[in-house]
Design a protein around this ligand. Structure first.
Ligand SMILES: [Zn+2]
Length: 434
Protein backbone atom coordinates (compact mmCIF):
# COMPACT_ATOMS: atom_id res chain seq x y z
CA UNK A 1 0.00 0.00 0.00
CA UNK A 2 2.71 2.40 1.01
CA UNK A 3 4.66 1.67 -2.14
CA UNK A 4 1.73 2.41 -4.43
CA UNK A 5 1.20 5.63 -2.55
CA UNK A 6 4.82 6.59 -3.02
CA UNK A 7 4.37 6.25 -6.77
CA UNK A 8 1.39 8.58 -6.56
CA UNK A 9 3.35 11.08 -4.53
CA UNK A 10 6.26 11.11 -6.98
CA UNK A 11 3.85 11.62 -9.86
CA UNK A 12 2.18 14.46 -8.00
CA UNK A 13 5.49 16.10 -7.14
CA UNK A 14 6.63 15.93 -10.74
CA UNK A 15 3.41 17.53 -11.92
CA UNK A 16 3.70 20.18 -9.23
CA UNK A 17 7.17 21.12 -10.44
CA UNK A 18 5.86 21.50 -13.97
CA UNK A 19 2.93 23.66 -12.89
CA UNK A 20 4.85 25.91 -10.53
CA UNK A 21 5.39 29.45 -11.80
CA UNK A 22 8.93 30.76 -11.99
CA UNK A 23 9.79 32.76 -8.88
CA UNK A 24 9.64 36.51 -9.32
CA UNK A 25 10.97 39.31 -7.18
CA UNK A 26 7.39 40.45 -6.69
CA UNK A 27 6.80 37.63 -4.26
CA UNK A 28 8.28 39.25 -1.20
CA UNK A 29 5.82 42.05 -0.57
CA UNK A 30 4.63 43.80 -3.71
CA UNK A 31 2.17 46.20 -2.13
CA UNK A 32 2.63 48.30 0.92
CA UNK A 33 -0.88 49.09 1.97
CA UNK A 34 -1.21 52.79 2.50
CA UNK A 35 -2.36 53.27 6.06
CA UNK A 36 -3.11 56.90 5.14
CA UNK A 37 -6.50 55.53 4.07
CA UNK A 38 -7.31 55.37 7.78
CA UNK A 39 -7.10 59.17 7.87
CA UNK A 40 -9.44 59.75 4.94
CA UNK A 41 -12.45 61.50 6.54
CA UNK A 42 -15.08 59.22 4.99
CA UNK A 43 -13.16 56.05 5.89
CA UNK A 44 -12.56 57.36 9.37
CA UNK A 45 -16.27 58.12 9.73
CA UNK A 46 -17.19 54.65 8.50
CA UNK A 47 -14.84 53.01 11.00
CA UNK A 48 -16.23 55.18 13.79
CA UNK A 49 -19.73 54.18 12.72
CA UNK A 50 -18.78 50.49 12.98
CA UNK A 51 -17.43 51.05 16.49
CA UNK A 52 -20.38 53.11 17.68
CA UNK A 53 -22.97 50.74 16.24
CA UNK A 54 -21.21 47.58 17.33
CA UNK A 55 -23.76 46.78 20.11
CA UNK A 56 -26.50 46.88 17.46
CA UNK A 57 -24.36 44.69 15.18
CA UNK A 58 -24.11 42.11 17.96
CA UNK A 59 -27.88 42.19 18.54
CA UNK A 60 -28.43 41.60 14.82
CA UNK A 61 -25.79 38.86 14.80
CA UNK A 62 -27.69 37.05 17.59
CA UNK A 63 -31.01 37.57 15.79
CA UNK A 64 -29.59 36.03 12.60
CA UNK A 65 -27.94 33.16 14.50
CA UNK A 66 -31.27 32.21 16.05
CA UNK A 67 -32.96 31.89 12.63
CA UNK A 68 -33.04 28.40 11.12
CA UNK A 69 -30.40 28.08 8.44
CA UNK A 70 -29.72 24.45 7.56
CA UNK A 71 -28.39 24.29 3.99
CA UNK A 72 -31.30 24.51 1.52
CA UNK A 73 -33.43 26.01 4.31
CA UNK A 74 -31.82 29.45 4.36
CA UNK A 75 -35.02 31.24 3.32
CA UNK A 76 -35.66 33.11 6.56
CA UNK A 77 -32.08 34.35 6.72
CA UNK A 78 -32.18 35.22 3.03
CA UNK A 79 -35.42 37.19 3.43
CA UNK A 80 -33.93 39.11 6.35
CA UNK A 81 -30.75 40.00 4.45
CA UNK A 82 -32.74 40.96 1.39
CA UNK A 83 -34.99 43.31 3.38
CA UNK A 84 -32.01 44.95 5.08
CA UNK A 85 -30.13 45.38 1.80
CA UNK A 86 -33.19 46.95 0.19
CA UNK A 87 -33.65 49.28 3.14
CA UNK A 88 -30.00 50.31 2.77
CA UNK A 89 -30.46 51.28 -0.86
CA UNK A 90 -28.67 48.43 -2.64
CA UNK A 91 -29.91 46.97 -5.92
CA UNK A 92 -31.12 43.61 -4.65
CA UNK A 93 -31.96 40.40 -6.44
CA UNK A 94 -32.50 36.82 -5.37
CA UNK A 95 -31.60 34.02 -7.76
CA UNK A 96 -33.20 30.62 -8.16
CA UNK A 97 -30.85 28.90 -5.72
CA UNK A 98 -31.59 31.54 -3.07
CA UNK A 99 -28.43 33.66 -3.22
CA UNK A 100 -29.23 37.23 -2.15
CA UNK A 101 -27.21 39.80 -4.08
CA UNK A 102 -27.03 43.49 -3.18
CA UNK A 103 -25.08 45.80 -5.46
CA UNK A 104 -23.64 49.08 -4.25
CA UNK A 105 -22.87 50.88 -7.48
CA UNK A 106 -19.59 52.67 -7.94
CA UNK A 107 -19.12 55.84 -9.95
CA UNK A 108 -17.51 53.81 -12.74
CA UNK A 109 -14.14 52.63 -13.90
CA UNK A 110 -13.21 50.62 -10.83
CA UNK A 111 -13.05 46.89 -10.24
CA UNK A 112 -16.08 44.82 -9.34
CA UNK A 113 -15.55 43.28 -5.92
CA UNK A 114 -17.71 40.50 -4.58
CA UNK A 115 -18.06 40.02 -0.81
CA UNK A 116 -19.69 36.68 -0.09
CA UNK A 117 -21.02 35.50 3.27
CA UNK A 118 -22.79 32.16 3.30
CA UNK A 119 -26.23 32.16 4.89
CA UNK A 120 -26.44 28.46 5.67
CA UNK A 121 -25.36 26.48 8.71
CA UNK A 122 -24.82 22.75 9.11
CA UNK A 123 -27.25 22.35 12.00
CA UNK A 124 -30.63 20.71 11.51
CA UNK A 125 -33.93 22.54 11.74
CA UNK A 126 -34.58 20.87 15.11
CA UNK A 127 -31.36 22.16 16.70
CA UNK A 128 -31.79 24.67 19.52
CA UNK A 129 -30.11 27.80 18.18
CA UNK A 130 -30.71 29.98 21.24
CA UNK A 131 -27.61 32.12 21.82
CA UNK A 132 -26.10 32.15 25.31
CA UNK A 133 -23.74 34.89 26.37
CA UNK A 134 -21.00 34.27 28.93
CA UNK A 135 -18.80 37.31 29.36
CA UNK A 136 -17.37 38.09 25.93
CA UNK A 137 -18.28 34.68 24.55
CA UNK A 138 -21.39 33.93 22.51
CA UNK A 139 -22.40 30.28 22.34
CA UNK A 140 -24.80 28.65 19.90
CA UNK A 141 -24.62 26.27 16.96
CA UNK A 142 -23.87 28.42 13.91
CA UNK A 143 -23.00 31.55 15.92
CA UNK A 144 -19.54 31.54 14.38
CA UNK A 145 -19.98 29.74 11.06
CA UNK A 146 -21.33 31.79 9.48
CA UNK A 147 -23.85 34.02 11.24
CA UNK A 148 -21.02 36.30 12.33
CA UNK A 149 -20.03 37.07 8.73
CA UNK A 150 -23.59 37.82 7.67
CA UNK A 151 -23.84 40.38 10.48
CA UNK A 152 -20.39 41.78 9.59
CA UNK A 153 -21.49 42.22 5.98
CA UNK A 154 -24.66 44.13 6.92
CA UNK A 155 -22.72 46.28 9.39
CA UNK A 156 -20.21 47.22 6.68
CA UNK A 157 -22.98 48.14 4.22
CA UNK A 158 -24.51 50.41 6.90
CA UNK A 159 -21.18 52.03 7.74
CA UNK A 160 -20.37 52.75 4.07
CA UNK A 161 -23.79 54.36 3.71
CA UNK A 162 -23.66 56.34 6.95
CA UNK A 163 -20.26 57.78 6.03
CA UNK A 164 -21.19 58.45 2.40
CA UNK A 165 -18.21 56.47 1.16
CA UNK A 166 -18.04 56.45 -2.61
CA UNK A 167 -16.09 53.99 -4.71
CA UNK A 168 -15.36 53.82 -8.40
CA UNK A 169 -15.90 50.07 -8.46
CA UNK A 170 -19.12 48.20 -7.76
CA UNK A 171 -19.26 46.50 -4.39
CA UNK A 172 -21.36 43.37 -4.69
CA UNK A 173 -22.53 41.81 -1.42
CA UNK A 174 -23.82 38.26 -1.67
CA UNK A 175 -25.48 36.10 0.95
CA UNK A 176 -24.80 32.69 -0.54
CA UNK A 177 -26.69 29.46 -0.01
CA UNK A 178 -25.62 25.83 0.28
CA UNK A 179 -21.99 26.59 1.05
CA UNK A 180 -21.91 23.67 3.45
CA UNK A 181 -23.15 21.35 0.71
CA UNK A 182 -20.11 21.94 -1.46
CA UNK A 183 -20.11 25.65 -2.25
CA UNK A 184 -23.13 25.23 -4.48
CA UNK A 185 -24.56 28.72 -4.06
CA UNK A 186 -21.28 30.43 -4.98
CA UNK A 187 -20.67 28.06 -7.89
CA UNK A 188 -24.13 28.92 -9.21
CA UNK A 189 -23.55 32.63 -8.67
CA UNK A 190 -20.25 32.69 -10.56
CA UNK A 191 -21.74 30.62 -13.38
CA UNK A 192 -24.61 33.09 -13.81
CA UNK A 193 -23.05 36.51 -13.27
CA UNK A 194 -20.36 38.56 -14.98
CA UNK A 195 -16.91 37.56 -13.75
CA UNK A 196 -15.88 39.83 -10.85
CA UNK A 197 -12.37 41.29 -10.62
CA UNK A 198 -11.94 40.24 -7.00
CA UNK A 199 -13.73 37.82 -4.73
CA UNK A 200 -13.64 38.00 -0.94
CA UNK A 201 -15.36 35.26 1.02
CA UNK A 202 -16.23 36.23 4.59
CA UNK A 203 -15.87 32.92 6.36
CA UNK A 204 -13.53 31.29 8.83
CA UNK A 205 -11.91 32.41 12.05
CA UNK A 206 -9.67 35.47 12.20
CA UNK A 207 -6.14 34.34 11.42
CA UNK A 208 -4.13 33.86 8.26
CA UNK A 209 -5.59 35.16 5.00
CA UNK A 210 -6.60 32.28 2.78
CA UNK A 211 -5.80 32.57 -0.91
CA UNK A 212 -6.03 28.95 -2.03
CA UNK A 213 -8.58 26.25 -2.48
CA UNK A 214 -8.49 22.93 -0.80
CA UNK A 215 -9.93 20.50 -3.33
CA UNK A 216 -12.81 18.58 -1.80
CA UNK A 217 -14.29 15.39 -3.20
CA UNK A 218 -17.19 13.69 -1.45
CA UNK A 219 -18.01 10.20 -2.65
CA UNK A 220 -20.49 7.62 -1.37
CA UNK A 221 -19.56 3.99 -2.03
CA UNK A 222 -22.61 1.76 -1.87
CA UNK A 223 -22.48 -2.04 -1.79
CA UNK A 224 -25.55 -4.18 -2.40
CA UNK A 225 -26.07 -7.92 -2.19
CA UNK A 226 -28.89 -10.44 -2.17
CA UNK A 227 -28.63 -10.78 1.60
CA UNK A 228 -29.32 -14.00 3.48
CA UNK A 229 -30.55 -15.24 6.84
CA UNK A 230 -27.71 -15.65 9.35
CA UNK A 231 -28.16 -19.44 9.27
CA UNK A 232 -27.55 -19.37 5.53
CA UNK A 233 -24.93 -16.62 5.63
CA UNK A 234 -21.75 -18.68 5.90
CA UNK A 235 -19.64 -18.24 2.79
CA UNK A 236 -22.18 -15.94 1.17
CA UNK A 237 -21.12 -12.60 -0.34
CA UNK A 238 -21.59 -9.83 2.20
CA UNK A 239 -21.24 -6.07 1.73
CA UNK A 240 -19.87 -5.90 5.28
CA UNK A 241 -16.67 -7.71 4.41
CA UNK A 242 -16.24 -5.64 1.24
CA UNK A 243 -16.67 -2.49 3.30
CA UNK A 244 -14.28 -3.63 6.04
CA UNK A 245 -11.64 -4.55 3.48
CA UNK A 246 -12.03 -1.31 1.54
CA UNK A 247 -12.03 0.91 4.63
CA UNK A 248 -8.89 -0.69 5.99
CA UNK A 249 -7.04 -0.29 2.70
CA UNK A 250 -8.17 3.33 2.31
CA UNK A 251 -6.81 4.23 5.75
CA UNK A 252 -3.56 2.49 4.85
CA UNK A 253 -3.03 4.96 1.98
CA UNK A 254 -1.76 7.51 4.52
CA UNK A 255 -0.94 10.41 2.18
CA UNK A 256 1.48 13.07 3.44
CA UNK A 257 -0.33 15.55 5.70
CA UNK A 258 -1.76 18.94 4.82
CA UNK A 259 -0.94 21.68 3.92
CA UNK A 260 0.71 20.15 0.82
CA UNK A 261 -0.55 16.60 1.22
CA UNK A 262 -4.05 15.31 1.74
CA UNK A 263 -6.54 14.18 4.34
CA UNK A 264 -9.01 11.34 3.92
CA UNK A 265 -11.95 10.95 6.29
CA UNK A 266 -14.64 8.28 6.30
CA UNK A 267 -17.49 10.17 7.89
CA UNK A 268 -20.49 7.88 7.44
CA UNK A 269 -20.92 4.14 7.62
CA UNK A 270 -24.50 3.00 7.26
CA UNK A 271 -26.34 -0.18 6.53
CA UNK A 272 -28.18 -3.18 7.80
CA UNK A 273 -31.03 -3.03 10.29
CA UNK A 274 -31.27 -6.52 11.74
CA UNK A 275 -29.05 -8.83 13.74
CA UNK A 276 -30.02 -11.97 11.92
CA UNK A 277 -29.16 -11.39 8.30
CA UNK A 278 -26.56 -10.22 5.76
CA UNK A 279 -27.37 -6.59 4.94
CA UNK A 280 -28.55 -5.99 1.40
CA UNK A 281 -27.48 -2.37 1.31
CA UNK A 282 -24.46 -0.72 2.91
CA UNK A 283 -22.53 2.43 2.22
CA UNK A 284 -19.67 4.53 3.47
CA UNK A 285 -18.58 8.01 2.50
CA UNK A 286 -15.18 9.49 1.77
CA UNK A 287 -14.28 13.14 2.32
CA UNK A 288 -11.02 13.65 0.45
CA UNK A 289 -9.21 17.00 0.66
CA UNK A 290 -5.97 18.34 -0.73
CA UNK A 291 -4.87 21.60 -2.36
CA UNK A 292 -2.95 19.63 -4.99
CA UNK A 293 -5.09 18.98 -8.07
CA UNK A 294 -2.90 16.11 -9.29
CA UNK A 295 -2.85 14.39 -5.92
CA UNK A 296 -6.60 14.95 -5.57
CA UNK A 297 -7.42 13.05 -8.72
CA UNK A 298 -4.83 10.34 -8.21
CA UNK A 299 -6.07 9.65 -4.66
CA UNK A 300 -9.65 9.69 -5.84
CA UNK A 301 -8.81 7.09 -8.48
CA UNK A 302 -6.80 5.01 -6.01
CA UNK A 303 -9.68 4.97 -3.51
CA UNK A 304 -12.22 4.02 -6.13
CA UNK A 305 -9.93 1.25 -7.38
CA UNK A 306 -9.58 -0.13 -3.84
CA UNK A 307 -13.34 -0.15 -3.34
CA UNK A 308 -13.94 -1.73 -6.74
CA UNK A 309 -11.45 -4.48 -5.99
CA UNK A 310 -13.09 -5.15 -2.61
CA UNK A 311 -16.49 -5.41 -4.25
CA UNK A 312 -15.21 -7.78 -6.94
CA UNK A 313 -13.41 -9.97 -4.43
CA UNK A 314 -16.52 -10.23 -2.31
CA UNK A 315 -18.86 -10.53 -5.32
CA UNK A 316 -21.16 -7.72 -4.24
CA UNK A 317 -22.46 -4.90 -6.41
CA UNK A 318 -20.89 -1.46 -6.15
CA UNK A 319 -22.36 1.96 -6.95
CA UNK A 320 -20.10 5.02 -6.80
CA UNK A 321 -22.15 8.12 -6.00
CA UNK A 322 -20.35 11.44 -6.37
CA UNK A 323 -21.78 14.00 -3.97
CA UNK A 324 -19.43 16.87 -4.81
CA UNK A 325 -16.25 17.47 -6.72
CA UNK A 326 -14.74 20.84 -5.84
CA UNK A 327 -11.43 21.37 -7.57
CA UNK A 328 -8.13 22.13 -5.89
CA UNK A 329 -6.40 25.48 -6.32
CA UNK A 330 -2.82 24.24 -5.96
CA UNK A 331 -0.23 23.85 -3.24
CA UNK A 332 1.55 26.79 -1.69
CA UNK A 333 4.37 26.35 -4.18
CA UNK A 334 2.00 26.28 -7.14
CA UNK A 335 0.28 29.42 -5.83
CA UNK A 336 3.31 31.65 -5.33
CA UNK A 337 1.92 34.03 -7.95
CA UNK A 338 -1.47 34.15 -6.25
CA UNK A 339 0.13 34.93 -2.91
CA UNK A 340 1.91 37.90 -4.46
CA UNK A 341 -1.36 39.41 -5.68
CA UNK A 342 -2.16 42.84 -4.18
CA UNK A 343 -5.41 41.47 -2.78
CA UNK A 344 -3.55 38.98 -0.58
CA UNK A 345 -0.73 41.32 0.36
CA UNK A 346 -3.09 44.17 1.18
CA UNK A 347 -5.26 41.94 3.33
CA UNK A 348 -2.12 40.86 5.20
CA UNK A 349 -1.15 44.50 5.71
CA UNK A 350 -4.60 45.50 6.95
CA UNK A 351 -4.68 42.60 9.40
CA UNK A 352 -1.29 43.69 10.71
CA UNK A 353 -2.55 47.23 11.07
CA UNK A 354 -5.63 46.03 12.98
CA UNK A 355 -3.55 43.76 15.20
CA UNK A 356 -5.30 40.54 14.15
CA UNK A 357 -3.75 37.55 15.94
CA UNK A 358 -2.70 34.85 13.47
CA UNK A 359 -2.35 31.95 15.90
CA UNK A 360 0.60 30.20 17.58
CA UNK A 361 4.05 31.73 16.93
CA UNK A 362 5.24 30.95 13.43
CA UNK A 363 1.76 30.94 11.90
CA UNK A 364 2.07 32.39 8.37
CA UNK A 365 0.18 35.56 7.46
CA UNK A 366 -1.47 33.80 4.53
CA UNK A 367 -2.14 30.18 3.70
CA UNK A 368 -3.24 28.26 0.62
CA UNK A 369 -5.72 25.77 2.04
CA UNK A 370 -9.15 27.39 2.04
CA UNK A 371 -12.49 25.59 2.21
CA UNK A 372 -14.84 28.49 1.57
CA UNK A 373 -16.84 30.18 -1.18
CA UNK A 374 -13.53 31.70 -2.31
CA UNK A 375 -12.47 28.25 -3.55
CA UNK A 376 -14.78 28.55 -6.52
CA UNK A 377 -13.08 31.79 -7.51
CA UNK A 378 -9.57 30.40 -7.00
CA UNK A 379 -10.28 27.47 -9.31
CA UNK A 380 -11.70 29.88 -11.92
CA UNK A 381 -8.51 31.94 -11.53
CA UNK A 382 -10.34 34.96 -10.16
CA UNK A 383 -8.13 36.60 -7.51
CA UNK A 384 -9.90 35.36 -4.40
CA UNK A 385 -9.35 35.25 -0.67
CA UNK A 386 -11.28 34.35 2.41
CA UNK A 387 -11.08 36.53 5.50
CA UNK A 388 -12.01 35.83 9.09
CA UNK A 389 -15.14 37.00 10.85
CA UNK A 390 -14.11 36.82 14.55
CA UNK A 391 -12.17 34.56 16.87
CA UNK A 392 -14.05 31.46 17.83
CA UNK A 393 -14.14 27.72 17.56
CA UNK A 394 -15.86 24.34 17.57
CA UNK A 395 -17.44 24.99 14.18
CA UNK A 396 -19.98 22.43 13.02
CA UNK A 397 -20.59 21.25 16.59
CA UNK A 398 -23.22 22.04 19.19
CA UNK A 399 -20.57 23.73 21.35
CA UNK A 400 -19.71 26.36 18.73
CA UNK A 401 -18.62 29.70 20.19
CA UNK A 402 -17.42 33.12 19.09
CA UNK A 403 -15.57 35.90 20.80
CA UNK A 404 -18.00 38.81 20.57
CA UNK A 405 -15.65 41.86 20.55
CA UNK A 406 -13.47 40.40 17.79
CA UNK A 407 -16.30 40.60 15.23
CA UNK A 408 -15.49 44.31 15.12
CA UNK A 409 -12.07 43.40 13.72
CA UNK A 410 -13.71 41.24 11.05
CA UNK A 411 -16.01 44.11 10.10
CA UNK A 412 -13.17 46.65 9.97
CA UNK A 413 -11.08 44.34 7.81
CA UNK A 414 -13.97 44.01 5.37
CA UNK A 415 -14.59 47.73 5.31
CA UNK A 416 -10.93 48.55 4.69
CA UNK A 417 -10.69 46.03 1.85
CA UNK A 418 -13.83 47.53 0.30
CA UNK A 419 -12.50 51.07 0.52
CA UNK A 420 -8.98 50.14 -0.61
CA UNK A 421 -9.93 48.16 -3.68
CA UNK A 422 -13.23 49.86 -4.39
CA UNK A 423 -11.39 53.06 -5.04
CA UNK A 424 -7.74 53.50 -4.28
CA UNK A 425 -5.88 50.52 -5.68
CA UNK A 426 -6.01 49.72 -9.35
CA UNK A 427 -6.18 46.01 -9.96
CA UNK A 428 -5.25 45.76 -13.59
CA UNK A 429 -3.63 42.69 -15.11
CA UNK A 430 -3.08 41.11 -11.73
CA UNK A 431 -0.11 38.83 -11.21
CA UNK A 432 -2.32 35.90 -10.49
CA UNK A 433 -1.02 32.64 -11.83
CA UNK A 434 -2.35 29.68 -9.91
ZN1 LIG B 1 -18.46 28.51 6.76
Amino acid sequence: MRRSFLALAILAAAAAALLAPAPTSAQTHPTAWDAALLERPDVKAALTHLEREFPAQVREWIRIAEMPGKSQHEQQRGAYVRAEMERLGLEVRVDSIGNVTGVRRGSGGGPTIVFAAHLDIVHSLETDLKVRKQGDTLRAPGIFDNSASVANMLAVIRALRAANVTTTGDLVFVGTTQEELGLRGMAYWLANNPRPDLLIAMDGGLGPINYGALGIYWTRYRFTSDGAHTLRSRGQPTPVRALADAVQRIYALEPPPLPDGAVINIGQVHGGDIFNGIPQDLFFTVDLRTPDPVLLDSLDRAITRIVREAAEREKVTLAVEVEQKNGAGGTERMLEGARAHPLVQTAIDIQRQLGVRLGPPGTPAAIATGSTDANVGVVLKIPSISIGRAYGGNQHTLSEWADEPSALLGSKLTLLLATTFGDGVKVVAPRYVP
